[in-house]
Design a protein around this ligand. Structure first.
Ligand code: SF4
Length: 297
């Protein structure tokens, strides 16, 4: 485990696959910060602001002195891609300059960030080392997106993902299992699969929605939300997975919030993943599931 010589404003989040990356904050918090299921940046100290170029450069220099062999960099916090392309270009140039072994740079990304950039601009960022964008699609269903104040639609999300693909960047899409509750479960599953099919991202993952600090904020907009039990979550995941038509995407539901860790390549492994899920639906007592205490929420 590296210790990067930076004073982070906690808490800091990153995707599980960026565990070994140098986390470089370009912004504090998330410029949108309204999704009612998300408490990542709701604390006072995480109020949104773009960091100054000089602060970012100082962090790069300090880290390069302490750990010159950094290979991966994750641009934090919630949406570093909100910065103008010109500033992102500058940061990527510094990273190349100070970390000669740099292999890839990644970031979380809101579809709205991409709407403001052209395919050519994204391709330029790609040429300078940006490689993968993690997009929290959450749902492809407009009713669900609206009920959770995502500020995006099926169309805006798919169009951003297509643009990312067209520019040569890779994308990793996250869907929240259970986000629509019992009432919207089926349309959430089917429209999410439709959005993912339209976008053909490189990675798709599912997380189970959870409310570690309570449901009050979420229920203010979604007062008829009916939580789902394990069986219902599996059936929703089965509907989603069954409707996926992907040419070459890695699928994962191995985040600690999931009861059943699944992993495979789609389309090749679709039948196997579905049969593992069917087994868990039919025989939950025999399937290898995470117990409640093993689930990290
Ligand atoms: S856009 Fe992402 S980080 Fe921002 S509030 Fe929504 S889920 Fe949270």
């Amino acid at each position: 485990m590296y210790h990067f010589p930076i004073s982070y404003v906690e808490p800091v989040f990153r995707p599980p696959s960026e565990a070994k990356s140098f986390i470089l904050p370009l912004t504090n918090g998330c410029s949108w910060n309204k999704c009612t299921f998300c408490e990542m940046y709701t604390q006072e100290q995480k109020k949104f602001r773009a960091r100054k170029d000089q602060e970012v450069l100082d962090d790069i220099k300090k880290t390069a002195q302490a750990i010159p062999n950094v290979k991966r960099v994750f641009l934090a916090d919630g949406d570093a891609m909100v910065l103008p392309t010109r500033r992102l270009i500058q940061v990527l140039q510094w990273l190349k300059e100070y970390f000669p072994l740099l292999e890839r740079v990644s970031s979380y990304c809101l579809p709205r960030n991409i709407a403001k950039k052209t395919v050519e601009e994204l391709a330029e960022l790609k040429a300078l080392g940006l490689d993968i964008l993690y997009v929290g699609l959450e749902s492809g269903d407009d009713t669900v997106l609206n009920r959770v104040s995502k500020g995006e639609t099926h169309e805006s999300s798919v169009s951003a993902l297509r643009k990312i693909r067209e520019s040569g960047l890779r994308s990793s899409v996250m869907i929240l299992n259970g986000l629509g509750g019992q009432k919207y479960s089926k349309q959430h599953a089917l429209n999410s699969a439709k959005a993912v099919n339209e976008a053909q991202p490189d990675y798709v993952s599912t997380l189970v929605v959870s409310f570690p600090t309570g449901e009050d904020r979420f229920r203010r907009e979604f007062n008829d939300y009916q939580p789902m039990d394990q069986h219902q979550l599996f059936v929703e995941l089965r509907t989603f997975l069954g409707a996926l038509e992907l040419e070459n995407s890695t699928f994962r539901s191995d985040h600690a919030s999931n009861y059943l860790p699944l992993k495979g390549q789609l389309g090749a492994d679709k039948a196997r993943l579905l049969s593992e899920l069917d087994f868990a639906i039919e025989s939950p007592d025999k399937a290898v599931l995470r117990q409640e205490w093993q689930r990290g929420l």
